[in-house]
Design a protein around this ligand. Sequence first.
Ligand code: ZN
Ligand code: ZN
Ligand code: ZN
Length: 429
Amino acid sequence: MTSSAQERDLPPLSLKFKDELKSNDRQLINELITWWKKQHNKDLNITGRFGYNKCLLLFANDVDTFDDIIQKSHWPKKIQQLDYEIKLPRVFPPSYSLVVQQFPKNWNELETAEELKERYPSLIKLTRMYGRNNTKLNSVRVDFHTLQQVQVLLQDKVINISQMKLPVKTYYQPIRVKKCMKCFSHDHNTNYCTNQQLCIRCGQQHSLTNNCQNEIRCANCKQKHFAGHPFCPIVQQKRKQLVEQQKINRSKLLINTSNLQYQYDQADFPVPVPIFTGAPPSLPSGNYSAVLNRQSQLPQQLASQEKQTTKRNEYLEQILLSTMSNLESRISTSISSLSSQISEIETKIDRYNDQLNTLEHDVYEILIPAIQSITEIITTSRQGKKEQLTNITKSIIKMRQNREQKINHISRNTNAELSQSIFSNVDES
Ligand SMILES: [Zn+2]
Ligand SMILES: [Zn+2]
Ligand SMILES: [Zn+2]
């Protein structure tokens, strides 16, 4: 996520050879690139040249390459059969540092660094931070020579010092306005300047052999101060732009982080909704108020995305709740209909039991005694025969009448029940 401008400013690495070199700088770099490709299967994106005292200066063109070449373990033992020594840059890019907070003002940075190196071998040094008016702050900048270590610590949010855990946070480089030492422009650095050397005192182009006696005049704003003075309106304008750019970069970083968090949450509880993916909308450069507007819109966009998801979740919750209550009501209906059917069956069983009882009663109380009487009449005397037979006939007739009445009653009830159940079936379907 580092811009190309920042990448160009990656500090160089220098190689000091112990014996005299026979090859030129290009040959050495070519050999190194070939070796790296063979050994690590990586294309080294570097440029380089001989510097002071035939030190080979190497410039990484991107952050990945920089992180690769500053690891001493990645290097060959010899280059062109020659021993050499790697000198790491004195200053690393800001991403290799972090800020340790709550670091007491009376703690010694050197001592603490030595102690910390045992636990964090890639630690380089601790530097006390100072606020306005040069006041000592209770925080230190800690530099490492691996990006990975910084990232791990920032993730843990603490660093272990002795038995204590001190909070850490991202380090942001203080804002520095560029200044060309040739033409004193604030738009480029000296090594990119194609202009003529100007006088720092009067801002004009003249021979610099004699001490300039002209009136002090800024090369940029033509006011009475040296070029690059903090009160120069051009310097102040540049500083303001840089502060805004830094704010934008930080909010971009925040949005990217919360995006990652957001995607992680979604994965944790999958919901079939489109996920807000990809980089945040690109920010326009130039128009200052437009930049500010866009910047203030970004958190709102994120918030609205979150709101939409919350709405969707609420909607899903409602659907689930209504489905559940629907199921519950259907289950309770089924239970009540089942229990009513059971009670109907029980009633029918009771009725059949009653009929069975009546039948038994008729058989045992009327039919069998009648048969007994008939047998007696046939076998014994014939006196009063007619009277007895008439009585038996009467009781049999009565029994048949009862039986007919009962049958009629049952068939009426059954028909009624049958039609009722048919109607209720029609209703249910
Ligand atoms: Zn210049
Ligand atoms: Zn001058
Ligand atoms: Zn000025």
